[in-house]
Design a binder for this molecule. Structure first.
Ligand code: UDP
Length: 344
């Protein structure tokens, strides 16, 4: 019998790519989402890519413990991948209570239901934001976490701690936190990708929306950083590579290969790329000119961060494979597909 994975927040950007990879690896998947920050575009895309019309979908809010319990009553769940969370850094500063309430209680409810339904494997989607401005680069999983600079970032740290403490206390519960660097791109089919609401906060959706003419001009935040070209350095990880890392992590949990009941892995390429390099690579691979200007630094940005992904490479057997060029061409194909749809 194939194992079943619950993907909370599975209709979103990362969740939909992960659902595809899980299904293609032979897992049964239940997708649950409250649709507060997405529509059904990506879920429909997942069905097309996998050729599976029958993927169970539950519209529900993970802050409702009764609903989470009902879900676990209705399906035998072998592992949960928890994405259901708010993710806008700026909004979290303006509305911390909203962020703490949603991001913490939804995760607590997942753990509570997992615990009371005989234990479970829980994979938490964490972030490199927990490292703050690192003193030493690249960062390994042993690099110190730093005080979060936003409530959003703090919820990632607190959820990691909740998972660590819960696996210690409750037999049958095991946990992995994946710390994502900068996930970008889209599925090569251009059937799923990022769908930001309003003005995008992240770099790549802003680039593609500028290229398509939805935004007038990209502002590059800061060109006076102590880096070679003065712009920030990040570790941009292709969304399909990132999604595959989840399959390897789930397999490690389900095959009983974990060396500790709680493990952490960096999910990145190990390759720093500057904002300016990313912009010029986007122009080159897609044969276009992007309207951009240099603007003041954005509050809260760190100068440079990239991963040492050795642990994930060795223990998960996972490695980032796609080039930045491939990723940026997929991101552009997705934006063009969205524009075509809008005209249909
Ligand atoms: N960035 C930028 N212009 C934008 C959005 C982002 O110059 O419109 C820069 C940002 O300052 C950072 C990098 O792009 O150096 C990545 O930002 P993003 O918000 O995508 O991810 P973060 O690293 O903040 O999680």
């Amino acid at each position: 019998m194939s194992k079943r994975v619950l993907v909370s927040g599975g209709a979103g950007f990362i969740g939909s790519h992960v659902t595809v990879e899980l299904i293609q690896a032979g897992y049964e998947v239940v997708v649950a989402d409250d649709m507060s920050n997405c529509d059904l575009t990506c879920f429909e895309g997942v069905k097309k890519i996998t050729g599976r019309e029958d993927i169970p979908f539950v519209k529900m809010n993970f802050c409702d413990l009764d609903a989470v319990n009902r879900l676990f009553d209705g399906y035998r769940i072998d592992a949960v991948i928890h994405f259901a969370a708010f993710k806008a850094v700026g909004e979290s500063v303006a509305e911390p209570i909203k962020y703490y309430t949603n991001n913490l209680s939804s995760f607590l409810n997942v753990l509570e239901a997992a615990r009371t339904h005989g234990g479970c494997n829980v994979l938490f989607s964490s972030s490199a934001t927990v490292y703050g401005e690192p003193e030493k680069l690249p960062v390994t999983e042993a690099s110190p976490r730093q005080s979060a600079t936003s409530p959003y970032g703090n919820t990632k740290q607190i959820c990691e701690d909740i998972l660590r403490d819960s696996v210690k206390a409750y037999p049958g519960l095991k946990g992995i936190a994946l710390r994502y660097f900068n996930p970008i791109g889209a599925h090569p089919s251009a059937l799923i990708g990022e769908l930001p609401r309003g003005v995008p906060n992240n770099l790549v959706p802003f680039i593609t929306q500028t290229a398509i003419g939805k935004r007038e001009c990209l502002s590059i935040f800061g060109n006076d950083y102590p880096t070679e070209d003065g712009t920030c350095l990040r570790d941009y990880i292709d969304i399909v590579d990132l999604a595959k890392a989840h399959v390897y992590a789930v397999r490690r949990m389900l095959d009983g290969k974990m060396e500790q009941d709680y493990e952490i892995f960096n999910i990145g390429t190990g390759r720093p790329v500057s904002v300016l390099e990313l912009v010029t690579t986007f122009e080159k691979v897609n044969h276009l000119k992007l309207n951009y200007k240099f603007a003041p630094r954005r509050a809260g940005d760190v100068t440079a961060i990239w991963a040492d992904p050795t642990l994930a490479n060795q223990k998960l057997g996972w490695k980032a494979e796609r080039t930045v060029e491939e990723t940026l061409s997929a991101a552009w194909a997705w934006e063009k597909r969205l524009a075509e749809r809008a005209h249909e």
